[in-house]
Design a protein around this ligand. Structure first.
Ligand SMILES: Nc1ncnc2c1ncn2[C@@H]1O[C@H](COP(=O)(O)OP(=O)(O)OP(=O)(O)O)[C@@H](O)[C@H]1O
Ligand SMILES: [Mg+2]
Length: 217
């Protein structure tokens, strides 16, 4: 369960609150559509939910986030990430390694699991997104949509409880959108909590809850 209590945030204290006294509860298996016009604060909200705001992006922040009743504010980002993982809107900001396989190995290596288990997780994540053929490709040579799928795969290798997906369908083909939809549905069936930002109806209609940032203001 992920719970927020009275979250408020603005980048600059001279500006109005971007998010104001936002309280919300997500139960295991929930798919939450995060809606709102461009600039309404969707990406900002996801950054708050994974602790990046206020831990690395400054601003005025109030409120509390807890996962299974534990306040996340006392945890370091590397402690939060294996439980609450973010798919960034811009995949370039999330790719650090020369090849796809190295990229996918990085996150589970930090979980201190065996090399065999890491290989298993990489293979599973690649096959779930039907991108096994990208395993040995150079990350820099991939298209925007392929980069999105690779960053999504890298989150799958962590197997977190909460997925924060910032426009997972952006730049990807119709067939791949179907794959992403199936993936989100399966994650929900496995009691994961998934927040999805999307500009198309495709993914949003799967959600059982929604947050409309235009209406929160
Ligand atoms: N690091 C930052 N410092 C200052 N202002 C920021 C920062 N990041 C975002 N903003 C501003 O905060 C507002 C919300 O931005 P955010 O990226 O959360 O919106 P969004 O709903 O995700 O938009 P989009 O649909 O275009 O992705 C915008 O006015 C943006 O310019
Ligand atoms: Mg955004």
């Amino acid at each position: 369960m992920l719970k927020t209590e009275n979250l408020s945030f603005r980048y600059n204290p001279e500006q109005p609150w971007l998010i104001k006294k936002f309280s919300f509860e997500a139960e295991n298996g929930d798919i939450i559509a995060v809606k709102g016009s461009s600039g309404s604060g969707k990406t900002t909200l996801l950054n708050i939910l994974c602790g990046v705001i206020p831990k690395t992006i400054p601003g005025e922040f109030e409120g509390k986030i807890s996962m299974n009743k534990k306040d996340i504010s006392s945890l370091l980002l590397p402690e939060i990430a294996p439980h609450i993982s973010l798919l960034m809107q811009e995949p370039e900001n999330q790719l650090f390694f020369p090849t796809v396989e190295q990229e996918l190995a990085f996150a589970p290596e930090n979980l201190k699991i065996t090399p065999e288990k890491i290989q298993e997780r990489i293979s599973l994540a690649l096959s779930q997104l039907d991108i096994e053929q990208l395993r040995f490709e150079e990350t820099a040579s991939l298209s925007f949509g392929q980069k999105k799928l690779v960053t999504l795969a890298s989150i799958l290798t962590l197997s977190p409880k909460v997925y924060l997906l910032d426009e997972p369908a952006a730049g990807i083909s119709k067939e791949n959108i179907e794959l992403v939809k199936n993936l989100i549905f399966n994650l929900s069936q496995h009691s994961k909590i998934i927040f999805v930002v999307d500009h198309t109806k495709d993914l949003l209609e799967m959600a059982n809850l929604s947050i409309d940032l235009d209406k929160l203001k």
